[in-house]
Design a protein around this ligand. Sequence first.
Ligand code: AMP
Length: 288
Amino acid sequence: MRTGDGAKTLEVVRDVASLRAKVREWRRQDETVGLIPTMGALHDGHLALVKAALDSCDHAVTTIFVNPTQFAPNEDFEAYPRDEADDLSKLQALSADVAFVPPVEEMYADGFSTSVAVSGLTEGLCGATRPHFFGGVATVVSKLLLQALPDKAFFGEKDYQQLQVVTRMARDLDIPVEIVGVPTVREADGLAMSSRNWYLSPEERAAAPALYKVLCDIAAKLSAGQTSAAAIAEGRTVLEAAGFGPIDYIEVCDASSLEPLETADRPARVLAAAHLGRTRLIDNVAVG
Ligand code: AMP
């Protein structure tokens, strides 16, 4: 809906039938739709996805849903930051059209018993330490894509493995959507923006940019011909000295298959996940 000055009024939709009705109305007028799945606690990284959607589609549907199936029982589902009013005002400020904010029962009816599993790509990196995670993500994202049937769906490179998994899933299941990757938005000191940065104490926040710096150093060493093993070993030492631990992984991988690489002899990505206090941070950079 547009106001007199041309800005749109954000509509908050909480059920699938209303979302479908909304999208049907747009489609009837040959208008395109971009979907931005999020778990809320929106920051400028999320908003870059919304802007990318508004730049290339007529309408943007941002979903806000803290998906219980991608959290293990010992993880931070309950503590995950939630601030719906603030999220909605940020979306309104961008003139985004619709926020889809379903309650858990709308997404997972009683007796829900289906899951989407992407093999191979999900086994290493975050899949090794969070084995439940990508099943939860693939299932909820396939549901959101089938609910909204967007032309494009926008995902951050910050969660690089997730971007590859969702791209593969949409291709394998013939879901008619273009998956668009958006570069990572960072704080001025290099730290990748993340809802989980809220958990960091002031001391941890000061140490956190070391993760990005180490990844950049490893990428530079690989570009200069060093092997992955040597560059990663040095990076590990620096991260531990900065207070990180345990380090779940630091790996150099093929940029699309995510297979580990000994040297950067093709398009490659350096990826890491490491704990800083009670916060698990992830990040990645391209080599070259
Ligand atoms: P989340 O709410 O953490 O599940 O993230 C929702 C989407 O926003 C995912 O596609 C993320 O990759 C993306 N995202 C999160 N942080 C950033 C960031 N700093 N830069 C770009 N995209 C991001």
